[in-house]
Design a protein around this ligand. Structure first.
Ligand code: ADP
Ligand code: GN1
Ligand code: MG
Length: 371
């Protein structure tokens, strides 16, 4: 996808949504790797403003925007009803879609690009790193609670927006294909990293097998639970709203838990170049484990809790494989901001996996404390 033109956004796209006030500003926003996100500010007069999040959905990744938006409309209205019943504020505790002037929940522009808009959640922050352990704990409570809220969601009505999203066996096969094709002749420079993945092929089956044999349940999960996909309330410090609902699909609680650990329990950024700064912080690991188990409100089975460390390791390995495969394929999936950005990201993930392996017994004993 080409870069976003803010003039196009202001003149041609934003006016086609049911916003209030007069649009004064449109600025690129956030650090997501997938969609193009813009923050719009509208002047309501008397010194008041209203902000919106406008997104150009990534149409290389999401091929069926109607189905994607149907999921989001259904999931957010389901959550909205529960939030109201629990006495919460549905305008801040879940995403709210702003319709187009034609009453649609997304817009297709003249170039065939897909756009959608949300109410901007004010007085809340999405963090790219754990600044305070309490924030991480609170995010765990919220992601756990999100899982609990969706426990009785009719899973069969959900479209699978990205099939086999966390199927690590399939991800491994895709990785191997990317290595074999080596379209950009980059494999020779990353033999060590490729070997790291290939050596761990047996691991990639563990969660898939447990699901297939019904040793752990299939649930409705978020599937992309990194810390910047949750808004933390600036006043209370509590997790306020789980965002980025593009990948809500049937999955395993181990995916949600594991992806959060991968991102938040790391001592460095996902794209840190200095690997000496990357390790899995066991204090953060424990804080998140405690919060997630509590947030799920007793719904996790013993076997799931026992497998939490495996969730952390496999989500990290999977993400590393995906970054490295994307590097080998010429950086077509994740947005990059420098050459070798995906390679740097892959390396942090592998460093984390190796570190988790060296701390495995400790991770297992921490998880077992919460059974
Ligand atoms: P991506 O799929 O590219 O990660 P996200 O939906 O996560 O896109 O949005 C990117 C960023 O935009 C988020 O990390 C968050 O900072 C911000 N954001 C998204 N939705 C909202 C919202 N409704 N209110 C405030 N900020 C938001
Ligand atoms: C993407 O959309 P975003 O930036 O929150 C990706 C996740 C990866 C993550 C790695 C739909 O998440 O699966 O774990 O990057 N989302 C999609 O940072 O592929
Ligand atoms: Mg995101």
């Amino acid at each position: 996808m080409d870069n976003l033109d803010m003039n196009l956004v202001k003149e041609k796209i934003a006016p086609r949504f049911r916003t209030e006030g007069i649009l004064t500003e449109a600025v690129p926003y956030g650090s997501g790797h997938i969609n193009d996100t813009v923050c719009l500010t509208c002047d309501l007069g008397s010194g008041k403003h209203r902000r919106y999040i406008l997104q150009r959905m990534n149409d290389d990744i999401f091929k069926k925007p109607r189905e994607l938006m149907e999921n989001i409309m259904n999931v957010t209205s389901f959550l909205r009803n529960k939030i109201i019943r629990n006495g919460g504020d549905p305008d801040r505790e879940t995403l709210n879609v702003i319709r187009t002037v034609d009453g649609e929940n997304y817009l297709v522009d003249e170039d065939g690009d897909f756009w959608r808009m949300y109410i901007f959640i004010e007085d809340a922050t999405s963090f790219d790193t754990v600044e305070k352990p309490e924030d991480f704990y609170n995010s765990a409570l919220s992601f756990g609670n999100f899982q609990k809220l969706l426990a009785d969601y009719p899973a069969a009505t959900l479209h699978e927006t990205i099939p086999d999203f966390h199927n690590t066996v399939k991800r491994f096969a895709d990785f191997r294909k990317a290595v074999e094709a080596d379209t950009f002749k980059r494999a020779a420079g990353v033999e060590k990293e490729i070997r790291f993945v290939l050596d761990r092929e047996p691991d990639t089956h563990v969660i898939c097998d447990a699901l297939a044999k019904n040793r752990i349940p299939l649930r409705v999960t978020h599937n992309d639970t990194k810390l910047n996909n949750i808004m933390i309330d600036n006043k209370t410090g509590k997790g306020l709203c789980v965002i980025d609902l593009d990948t809500v699909m049937p999955g395993s609680a181990l995916y949600d838990y594991g992806d959060s650990i991968r991102f938040g329990a790391s001592t460095g950024a996902e794209d840190e170049k200095n690997l000496d700064l990357i390790s899995c912080d066991l204090k953060l690991f424990e804080i998140y484990t405690k919060g997630y188990v509590e947030g799920c409100g007793g719904s996790l089975t013993e076997q799931e809790i026992r497998m939490l460390p495996m969730g952390a390791k496999l989500m990290t390995l999977e993400c590393g494989m995906r970054f490295l495969a994307d590097y080998l394929q010429g950086d077509v999936y994740f947005k990059i901001h420098r050459p070798e950005h995906n390679l740097d990201r892959a390396r942090t993930q592998f460093k984390l996996v190796a570190d988790m392996e060296s701390k495995w017994d400790k991770m297992m004993s921490i998880a077992e404390k919460y059974i």
